[in-house]
Design a protein around this ligand. Sequence first.
Ligand code: SAM
Length: 432
Amino acid sequence: MTKTFFIETWGCQMNDLDTQRLSGGLKLRGWRRVDDERRANLILLNTCSIREKAENKVYSRLGELRELKADRELQIGVCGCVAQQEGERILARAPWVDFVMGPGNVGHIDEILAGGKTIAVDFPEDRRYDYLALDRPSATKAQVTIIEGCNKNCTFCIVPTTRGREVSRPFGDVLSEVGAAVDSGRVEIELLGQTVNAYRCPVSNRDFGALLAAVAELDGVRRLRFMTSHPAEVNDSMIAAMRDHANVSRYLHLPVQSGSSRVLRRMKRLYTREKYLETMQRIREAIPEIHFSTDIIVGFPGETEDDFQQTLTLIEEVRYGSLFAFKYSPRPGTPALKIGAPVDDAIANERLTRVFELHERIKRERLESYRGRILPVLVEGPSKHDPAMLSGRTDDNWVVNFVADPCTPLGSMLGVRIHDALHHTLRGEAVA
Ligand code: SAM
């Protein structure tokens, strides 16, 4: 009988891609993926430990899954960053778990299932990245890892512990994977890395800008995105590659974390407020239509009201279209633990609310500014809310739901006239 598996995924794009790798590898070996955990012979939790909340969810989920083991043959595996961080502690707290496997071992799922290891939290030299076996969920988009791990060591961040040191893939490998993805109809490519723009080809030493340009020039790549850029790694070659290739998305996620240089130094972000703004200015001069988005942390140890005010003025000055804000969460083993106690919880919550309120106003004004314009939209499929409409994204990454010929092929680029700006999305009609 065919064996079945169920995967639940939390966290960032890297985890999404690890799930595609796990799922593709298992399917290649005859397993069938199911949407109902009660019908699975194998349950994988692909976890995130970036904040404590995400990690607590994993333990409560494991509690729920325990009873499923009572009446049938079932293996439960914890994968991802909580697995890497907690290791054996997971088996001590939840002994019904069969194995614990960190992100470095995604390519080794076979041996682990064969009972080779119950704890796999090393970073093997041979990461076994079989891109032809990826189980990509979208017919039009493909995510492609170009660099794994992170060397930045921001004082708040668990990523260097859970995903290891930076390892870039050779240029040729990335181009082959993109070529294969395009051949299968994935005309939108997203290059991934925790610090994607720190990419350096291990063979030729070519940098991220060179890779971006080379991918953009491949036949059939209609839109090219990348995630996540570190502000200190933005250089002229990256800006030139974006400017010179119209198929590179006019959307750049550039996490600032704080608007105060004092806090940024304590976070070890490697730039000041002034340097960050200067970098944005350089990008804007080259690509005036760019849409910036960012991540903000509030309540970092020692953050004063004055520091926080500087974050608000920075948000106002840059006018980010999209913004993700988080309350600082102390992470085990990170240097920030020694910097001091987090800001009082009530104050941190209130700061988070103030960030969201300010950003809501800016986003609203931005979305309204699209009314009446005709924007190029890459068609992704039927709209989630109204299947009579199609859905896609603009060059600068806004979701647009629109009226069009329902037979429009997925992956095509259409002009859409914007009629309405809703809470997070735009609405319109395709034009001839
Ligand atoms: N590598 C990327 C970077 O350096 O910007 C993204 C890392 S993380 C997956 C995404 C965001 O989570 C970060 O940009 C940061 O704002 C937030 N984050 C990371 N560690 C955090 C912590 N300890 N507490 C709260 N938010 C955190």
